[in-house]
Unconditional design. Sequence first.
Lengths: 162, 471
Amino acid sequence: MSTKSNRVLYLLTFLLVLIVLCSCTANVSNTDDNGLKPHLSVDLQVPPNIETNEATTLTISVQKENQPFEQANEAQFIIWTEENPEDKIAIPAIQHSPGVYKAQYIFSSEGLYIIQSHVIASDMEVFPSKRIAIGMDAIKHLAHLEQQDDNKPEAPTGHSHH
Amino acid sequence: MSVVPTERLKNSSRIKKTQRNANVRQAIYQSMWRWHFYAGIIFAPFLIILAFSGAVYLFKPQIEGYLYKDMLTVREVGTTPLLPSEIIGKMMDRYPDATISSITLSDLPNASDVMSVNLNGTMTTMYVNPYTGDVLGVLNSNETFSAFFKKMHSELVIGGTWANRLVELAACWGIILLLTGLFLWFPRNKASIWGTILPRLSKPGSRIFWRDLHAIPAFWLSLLITLLIATGLPWSGVFGGQIDKLANSTNTNTPPYAYSFGEKPNSVTVAKDIAEDLPWAVESLPVPSSASSGYLPLNIDHVVHIANNQNVLLPYTITTPQGETGVFTLSTSHVKPGNNATLHIDQYSGAVLTDVRYSDYGIMAKAISLGIAFHEGKLFGLANQIIGLIACLGLIVIAVSSYIMWKKRKPKAKLGAPTQPQNKKVTFAIFLMMLICGAIMPLVGLSILVVLILDVLIIRRIKPLRHWFSL
């Protein structure tokens, strides 16, 4: 009788200690080997040699933990010109193969554009962007901007607006 | 017949035993006093500096609120604050060479936004009206009122690692002073309320007056001062490192990347190399019809968007990425622990790479955060500040009264240290106890060894010194 109740007592104490210990330790359950939590990684692809007035395919492939990410609720490309950031065009993207979202766009004139891909899932989202220069002047402008950025690597804030 | 001598023998041995016990007790007392005396004489000045600077720093919110009122608050509260990118843009228009390293957004409508800005090589704190973007004031970050007292409190104004170690040493010896002091305070004969828990102040200036002014506040404040030293030690270089190790080995520390000032992950989105991307720029190749750049860093407003989506509550600080592989860091700056959040965000894609909240902390990290908030007087408002102030003022009274006590007792040609007890065993036992303390607090151990070497090599070999130290 007493050994039985003792055993129950031991078990309860053991459980209690276990619960306390579990709630005491740092919570790292949801992170990978590098200590990062599950996140989306992106590859935004812009084709080379874009011509104006021809359909251009913009592609973003999204992965989560090295697996294609198919669960995006929404995927779109947002395009605006360097000179006129207020004037944005959004084009919905369609999933062509697992984790690869594509859209087509026709650039009507030469110039320096910014394209941003926006992928939204239930609890995560990404919005990587790149500049695209079409035409000689824009390419020169881009080269100039890239050099500036290279000289001043730690001023990434809001400069696309100025 | 045989009864009487045995009784007598027993009696006499009992008397001898009591006598010996009393001698041992006296020797222990003497030895404790000696340790207390030397530790006190060396570290009291440092403890006074710590108490004074701590007392001032405790009231940083009130004092800075008064000193920098026009910078910290906005006179006319607008309807909608500007976006951070607009605020930064306006600042950059005014200071084209500036590099911003962080911006802190407040949760109060009349508080200004605070930016950390590198202006021509000088780190400055810039206060900005969130509604107009006007710069309300610029301070050199190292020369603010609180920066001065903070430096005094952690590096004795002179600064550097050595000064910081000295502060840690004084704090650790503070604990030993409290322990030995409590032993000396503990009533040896009949306990009386006066002189034990209430001071005898009827004869101002007498030795009893100063003794009670020393020992009684020390007794009352001993727990509080111990708590303040203990909550300050996690900051310290050596002992703090040990605490960190202990927390890590028991898995009760914070998860990795828990702080904005600690180690950061790298952005996972790979920035393209420009030379690779624009080969025609360096070589004379035909220029293509189009070109694209590498990934662009996020606009800072996106980080605010992420903060909203991830339930990070204002006030928080956004730290901009350092270099091409850096990350945006979003960290809360609440006064009280509990809502702490630190997120590291890929600077190109906006992916949240790490997200550590207070609830993810292990128990030691939680305890340390609470302790630090208590130490800084932030855990429960004004009452917390006043408790801290009482401890600081008390510590100053304790240190000053001890100095006067010593002055009153000190002979002219000698230091006036309590003499070493004759009982070698007791001396050695107490020394061992101190070494154990030294093993727990490495700097204490190191300082004991240094003094021991000085003692053996120099002081004991020079007669006047020996006399002065009453060895």
